[in-house]
Design a protein around this ligand. Structure first.
Ligand code: HEC
Length: 238
């Protein structure tokens, strides 16, 4: 029941985001602009800027990572919000997640992840790289920012598919949290759902499949194209 609710609201949010994204995408975006949501508690998604390698972007990296590692059903999702902590949106993360912009070591969101007290015992801890990304995002002001750097001509397993799965899916699909019996932390696990049609079915929100990522915004059409091209190329481990 809870899952259905979350799945439904996920689809709604995803649709809304896709619509918003499609609209803002048409407009020329001034470089460096992070739109109305920047720095505040606003719920609006800011306009995308061109990705810079030195910046960690909330919408591209931090939100999907928190969604798959912390905001699953029964933990810090909008319904359960354990200990009052809801890690599903920028405004809820800023108001309940214990973030002190600019100060990662004084931010509970970072310190509990850094010392592995979260996710709780029995879950897969975040990797050193993922911890560093959260720390860097807080250091850079914990902004609600988003960038557009996806390239449909890049679709290698190591360069595009693995990072995508790590950010959006792995927290709910690994050996210690095997949602639907699916492990997306390994090549073999990803290849299996690529070949049986479930990977494309779930990320395109096709009927007959459960929409993924659960509880989060849909992958962008560019990301979906990268997955499709990788599958068409024969799911190489490249
Ligand atoms: C917040 C946790 C969560 C995240 C994030 C998540 N999943 Fe899932 N996934 C689940 C759960 C729970 C199920 C089982 C759902 C059910 O049976 O109702 C599932 C089921 C699936 C299935 C089986 C779908 C079907 O119709 O049989 C696939 C494939 C899948 N997920 C892929 C992904 C991919 C790819 C991503 C990342 C883009 C992802 N998941 C992100 C929790 C998650």
């Amino acid at each position: 029941m809870k899952k259905t609710l979350i799945a439904k609201s996920g689809i709604l949010c995803a649709l809304l985001l896709v619509t918003l994204y499609a609209c803002v995408h048409e407009l020329p975006v001034p470089k460096g602009s992070t739109g109305t949501g920047s720095g505040g508690g606003g719920g609006t998604t800011p306009a995308p800027v061109t990705c810079s390698a030195d910046t960690v972007y909330f919408q591209n990296t931090i939100l999907p990572l928190l969604n798959s590692s912390c905001a699953m059903s029964g933990c810090h999702d909008a319904i359960t919000h354990k200990e009052g902590i809801n890690l599903t949106t920028y405004s809820s993360i800023m108001s309940t997640g214990g973030v002190r912009a600019g100060k990662p070591t004084q931010s509970k969101l970072y310190t509990v992840i850094a010392d592995n007290s979260m996710p709780p015992k029995g879950s897969t801890p975040l990797t050193a790289d993922q911890k560093a990304l959260i720390s860097k995002w807080i250091s850079q002001g914990a902004l609600n920012n988003v960038c557009n750097g996806c390239d449909t001509s890049a679709f290698t397993f190591s360069g595009s598919i693995t990072p995508m799965m790590n950010t959006y899916c792995k927290g709910c699909h690994n050996s210690s949290n095997l949602s639907a019996g699916i492990d997306l932390s390994t090549y073999a696990g990803i290849k299996a759902v690529a070949l049986n049609g479930k990977l494309m079915g779930s990320i395109t929100h096709a009927s007959g499949y459960v929409a993924m990522p659960q509880g989060g915004a849909a992958l962008s059409s560019c990301q979906i194209t990268q997955v499709q091209k990788w599958i068409n190329a024969g799911t190489p481990n490249n």
